[in-house]
Design a protein around this ligand. Sequence first.
Ligand code: AMP
Length: 288
Amino acid sequence: MTSVTLRVVETPAELRQGLSGAGRVGLVPTMGYLHEGHAALIRRARAECDAVVVSVFVNPRQFGANEDLGRYPRDLERDLHVAGEAGADLLFHPDVETMYPPGYASTVSVGGVSEPLEGTSRPGHFDGVATVVLKLFNLVQPHQAYFGEKDWQQLAVVRRMVRDLNVPVEIVGVPTVREASGLALSSRNAYLTPEQRGRAVILSRALRAVQEAAAAGGRDTASLRQAGLNVLTQDPEVDLDYLTVVDGDMHERGRVENDPMTRVLVAARMFGVRLIDNLPLWPEGDPA
Ligand code: AMP
């Protein structure tokens, strides 16, 4: 399917009308400035669903007061092109007043998995994410919704919310798409020059170093972490927030489990841009 078939809708009424009679609906929630990572989600939805909705909404409620809401990259033409090429049918692009009209007063707050890591560094972030994602689920009523593993903790928060609140949707996680260098694609990479993007590859190198330490038999979290830190300290530009190895509940333990949900996560500021990335500790699955 090409971009000619893609329709832009801006209101809940247009959305419902655009979806009337649709069979299996797939939803890909995004904040726009779409890249190949988003396209992978859309293509997966296209392969599995009859109708594919991509939402493009820079959700103010998931940004902290000192974060990059004002300068977050926006380019609807580009989004139309990427979403259309990847096979979307509808692009839902509401404005802030449509999502949060005057008098709006509700927040969805997920406990547990949302609390450490991003939850600590970005207070309120996951409340904003859970709130907008539940609103999008209610508006679109998708059978399946697609999220990237790039935002591993976000995926865990959404899964927790869906289970806890009995939301009738299946959550599908899609592996992270990377540049050939290893850098995870992100809309925020637009803030970096090509040279800076080259330096930012260090984050994925650190994750791989932790994987390698585990493959070499490392099991205590402190020594696995050190393998990653040895990489990160090579560039003074890395202002580390966290590097950790966690289980499926986002808990860091003294020793890692032979469990495919064990994940190594990193967050750091480089060149004034906050970047996150993660990998499974066992790339081939549980080593048993
Ligand atoms: P965002 O627009 O950054 O909010 O991302 C929208 C969705 O795309 C989220 O589910 C992200 O996890 C996912 N995503 C972002 N970057 C990537 C990537 N490099 N690979 C796969 N999924 C991604």
